[in-house]
Ligand binder design. Structure first.
Ligand SMILES: NC(=O)c1ccc[n+]([C@@H]2O[C@H](COP(=O)([O-])OP(=O)(O)OC[C@H]3O[C@@H](n4cnc5c(N)ncnc54)[C@H](OP(=O)(O)O)[C@@H]3O)[C@@H](O)[C@H]2O)c1
Length: 292
């Protein structure tokens, strides 16, 4: 089984991006609320990512709130050509750090303008509409009203491309009838594979699927099978988890999150990891049993 070339790309909107990108959520303070303990270290992670060729960064103005976007601007603006920054709207933070829906037309417009200001951009590359019917996972319901608002902001030239996040397959279909959807960002990893059919359907249509929590998010993946495979391959479990995602489907774009330069380098090196057939078989079984 060949490895995935670390420099291989897939189109996101109208630009090819490398399949290994970076998710910036971990750069805010504990609980993704408030500033990080060491803002210089956070900016160093961003600079290292771009220095190592990352051309796809995922963020949101509700990380902090505002903290992550400001760190991105401080570390990286003026932005290098070819860097695609993907943000998301549809939520806000309560005073206690809670995650609340923010779907009114006013809130969505405000969110786009907040992202533009905090990132220092005239137009946002990609904005994911983060559906919040259930904060913790996709839940059915029409997305027409908020998507229509976002499409209007796109017509005004403030947003280049639209994506969807935390959505069901039905909502993806509804969204695609209303607007051009350039990516879907849902929770998916070795142990959490509810979107298998959706990933394959999007692959057939050339639409990127961007798994959030690729390493398990707030509960990092732990599996004796994963550890055993990693040991056989002389890699770390996190590298194997990322390599498995790259093998899972050609339209998967990765945005692993980290606040550490060491972990960032380790994660980016996963693009060169070869997974032999026996490793793939063992890893696939983790998803089938549902045990991480
Ligand atoms: N659309 C949505 O609703 C949504 C929700 C959540 C996240 N996201 C996006 O998805 C991105 C990825 O998700 P995530 O950051 O929450 O979770 P993740 O990538 O699954 O995992 C991040 C966690 O893994 C740790 N980690 C990273 N690399 C590691 C390594 N090589 N070895 C050991 N531990 C490692 C990080 O800690 P260290 O900091 O110590 O490395 C952090 O605790 C986010 O950054 C965000 O942009 C989107």
């Amino acid at each position: 089984m060949p490895g995935i070339d670390a420099s291989s790309t897939f189109p996101l909107g109208d630009r090819p991006v490398k399949r290994l990108g970076y998710g910036a959520m971990q750069l805010a303070g504990p609980g993704v609320f408030g500033p990080p303990k060491d803002p210089d270290a956070a900016r160093a992670v961003l600079r290292e990512a771009v220095a190592r060729g990352v051309d796809h960064i995922d963020t949101s103005d509700f990380y902090g709130p505002h903290v992550t976007n400001r760190l991105i601007r401080e570390a990286l603006a003026p932005y290098p050509d070819g860097l695609v920054i993907v943000t998301k709207i549809g939520a806000r933070r309560g005073e206690d750090g809670s995650w609340l829906p923010a779907f009114s037309p006013e809130a969505l417009k405000q969110a786009v303008h907040d992202n533009l200001r905090n990132l220092g951009l005239d137009v946002l590359d990609v904005v994911n509409l983060r559906i919040m019917f259930d904060t913790h996972g996709p839940a059915e319901g029409s997305i027409e009203a908020p998507l229509t608002v976002l499409a209007e902001l796109q017509r005004q030239g403030l947003v280049r491309h639209i994506g969807l996040s935390n959505v069901t397959a039905t909502q993806v279909a509804e969204g695609r009838r209303l607007a051009r959807i350039v990516c879907v960002q849902n929770q998916y990893n070795l142990a959490h594979r509810g979107d298998d059919a959706l990933i394959d359907a999007l692959a057939r249509d050339g639409i990127p699927y961007v798994p959030f929590f690729p390493l398990g998010g707030f509960s990092p993946l732990q599996s004796s099978t994963l550890s055993a495979v990693a040991e056989r391959l002389g890699a770390t479990p996190m590298q194997v988890a990322l390599a498995w995602l790259l093998h899972r489907a050609p339209n998967i774009l990765l945005i692993p999150g980290t606040s550490s330069v060491t972990h960032l380098r380790e994660n980016l090196a996963a693009g060169d990891l070869k997974l032999p057939d026996d490793a793939l078989r063992d890893l696939d079984a983790i998803g089938r049993t549902g045990h991480a």
